[in-house]
Design a protein around this ligand. Structure first.
Ligand code: AN0
Ligand code: CP
Length: 322
């Protein structure tokens, strides 16, 4: 595996889920694989889960992990090509990436969408430079348009908790005070479309995700109707994806609090489990009552981030040995 970006990078999903199950039972079984290997975890943005779970997964595989917080531990990096660097950014990615690559075997990168220029974000401009200039396998730790480590952990969690072969999974938009990327819902949709689930997306008008990620999923703008009979409710805020109106890209079009997942919403489901990638804003995205209920599986979901990261790193390490 040279890149971990899209669901297609992991290949057969049932094989990946089996591998995840096996690793979860004995996370130290492959401790020898990472001997004398180093992963560099590069963060342009904040993180709790991704940073800790990636470090832990690397450790489980016997691999050394170096974490770099860009702009805090390092020079501020220029990401645009062709600019006169007379501002506050002291180094260009073009040099920094191959330098980082020379000290490690695998690189993980967190680089959120800027939400200003749709084409720039949807071309994954920063991640692509890592692929082009590092000479190393690259893992997206949430880049401009995808968060595959999260979506894989979400699938592992659904697989663990499902009570029927083909559960109904509903991805619901919910309000948030800040403008957030589409990476989490994009990847969740991509992975759910590839999995054996009945998948529905619900969001207010103007928030439809990019068709590349929506795929064949059903899009229902009536939230209550979408939630009927759901086995899993996956809440997330995202800003306007700008599909029909590119000038609205990254904007907040609605803060409609009737979309906050509360007991009234959960009542129409099939006693659904509640999921969210975290960090979550309580009583904006979800009511205290729902996130504190026994149906909330946000903590085991976050715990599975260690497992998804470990499957990905294990496969990359195995490929390096070939
Ligand atoms: C980020 C997002 O929505 O993409 C990270 C989620 C894993 N969330 C926030 O910035 C609150
Ligand atoms: N879910 C997730 O990626 O969390 P962090 O932003 O804390 O890493």
């Amino acid at each position: 595996m040279k890149t971990f970006f899209h669901v297609s990078d992991i290949g057969d999903l049932s094989a990946a889920l089996k591998e995840a199950e096996e690793i979860k039972k004995n996370r130290f079984a492959y401790k020898h694989l990472g001997e004398n290997k180093t992963i560099m975890l590069v963060f342009f943005n904040s993180s709790l889960r991704t940073r800790l779970s990636s470090q832990k997964a690397a450790q489980n595989l016997g691999m050394n992990a170096i974490v770099l917080n860009i702009g805090q531990d390092s020079w501020k990096l220029e990401t645009e090509l062709g600019v006169v660097m007379d501002g506050d950014k002291g180094e260009h990615l073009r040099e920094a990436i191959p330098v980082m690559g020379s000290y490690c075997d695998i690189i993980g990168v967190r680089s959120f969408a800027g939400l200003k220029d749709r084409d720039y974000d949807y071309a994954e401009t920063v991640l692509q430079q890592f692929i082009d200039y590092s000479g190393r396998p690259i893992i997206s730790l949430e880049s401009a348009t995808v968060h595959p480590c999260q979506a894989f952990a979400d699938l592992i969690t659904i697989n663990e908790y499902k009570k029927k072969d083909r559960p109904k999974v509903v991805l619901s938009w919910a309000p948030h005070p800040k403008s957030l990327p589409q990476a989490v819902p994009n990847s969740f949709a991509e992975w759910m479309n590839a999995a054996d689930v009945d998948f529905v997306i619900t969001n207010p008008e103007g928030y439809d995700l990019d068709p590349k990620f929506v795929g064949d999923a059903k899009v229902e703008h009536d939230q209550m109707k979408a939630l009927e009979g759901a086995d899993f409710v996956y809440a997330k805020n995202w800003s306007c994806p700008g599909v029909n109106n590119p000038e609205d890209y990254g904007k907040i079009l609605s803060k409609d609090m009737s979309w906050t997942i509360d007991a009234k919403h959960m009542a129409v489901t099939n006693n659904a489990y509640f999921m969210h990638c975290l960090p979550v804003r309580r009583n904006m995205i979800v009511s205290d009552e729902v996130i504190d209920s026994p149906q909330s599986i946000v903590i085991p979901e976050a715990a599975n981030r260690e497992i998804s990261a470990q499957v990905v790193m294990k496969r990359m390490l195995e490929d390096l040995q070939k």
